[in-house]
Design a protein around this ligand. Structure first.
Ligand code: ADP
Ligand code: MG
Length: 242
């Protein structure tokens, strides 16, 4: 029998006063996979992430994590789950060094470090893994966008997640930097972390994702391999705006 999906959502709906941001969206994320979520601005992608990560309660629908119904769990209860997102824990502290930022993050989450020694050791490990080790003493705000993005991932990894949510982690990167970000995401996945990512850069989606979910006006309009969804007539229409 196939393993239970690590994340499953059923009929997820979010209404903000008069606006339905997400409507009746269902999908699952298989353990160990990289799943992509695409769609035009305002499609409801970030709102979907926010519901799964416990920031907003869904108006309707259910969320399962490893088969457990977590629909009504609060954000703080998520600390005992192995879910991380690039901006779940506070944004990098601008005036702290890279090392101090990652060390601080190591105290968070289900595996929160119990001592300074443990936090520092874990931070060093994550800095090597993410390629930030050489920059560990640089003050965060003095780094460029690609390293800032890397730092966000390093901070999320310091919490030892089982699932990592990345919301437009490649925005603002040039093609070479995008390629590096793709490599890092693949390496994180190969280390055993399931990834759900929202991304506008199609090259990244195609090269990383086994499955892609397409949202438009809050609804799921397609789901399949990158090739399948990109050849879907409705998806093409939405993207070409015809
Ligand atoms: P995406 O991430 O796909 O660009 P969002 O999920 O951010 O889209 O937004 C979907 C819709 O929900 C948009 O119309 C947005 O303005 C609206 N929205 C998102 N968050 C809120 C909120 N907290 N309050 C009211 N409307 C919101
Ligand atoms: Mg968004």
């Amino acid at each position: 029998m196939a393993e239970k999906p690590i994340i499953e959502v059923q009929g997820l709906t979010k209404r903000f006063k008069g606006l339905t941001a997400v409507h009746d969206v269902s999908f699952s994320v298989e353990k160990g996979s990289i799943t992509g979520m695409i769609g035009p601005n305002g499609a409801g992608k970030s709102t979907t992430f926010n519901m799964i990560c416990g920031y907003y309660p869904p108006t309707e629908g259910k969320i399962f994590y490893n088969g457990e119904d977590i629909t009504n769990k609060k954000a703080y209860e998520y600390t005992n789950m192995k879910i991380a997102r690039t901006f779940q824990i506070m944004k990098p502290l601008k005036n702290l060094s890279v090392l101090d930022n990652v060390t601080a993050a190591a105290y968070f989450g289900h595996a929160g470090a119990k001592s300074e020694k443990e936090a520092k050791e874990r931070a060093m490990e994550v800095l090597h893994f993410t390629g930030l080790y050489e920059k560990r003493h640089v003050i965060s705000k003095d780094m460029g966008t690609p390293d800032q993005k890397r730092l966000e991932m390093a901070r999320a990894l310091a919490t030892k997640p089982e699932v990592l949510f990345l919301d437009e982690n490649m925005a603002g990167l040039n093609p070479a930097e995008t390629e590096e970000a793709i490599q890092l995401i693949r390496k994180i996945n190969e280390s055993g972390v399931t990834i759900l990512l929202i991304e506008h850069i199609m090259k990244a989606v195609v090269s990383l994702c086994e499955k892609v979910i397409v949202l438009h006006h809050g609804e799921k309009i397609a789901e399949g391999t990158p090739e399948q969804v990109m050849n879907d007539p409705y998806v093409m229409e939405v993207y070409l705006g015809t």
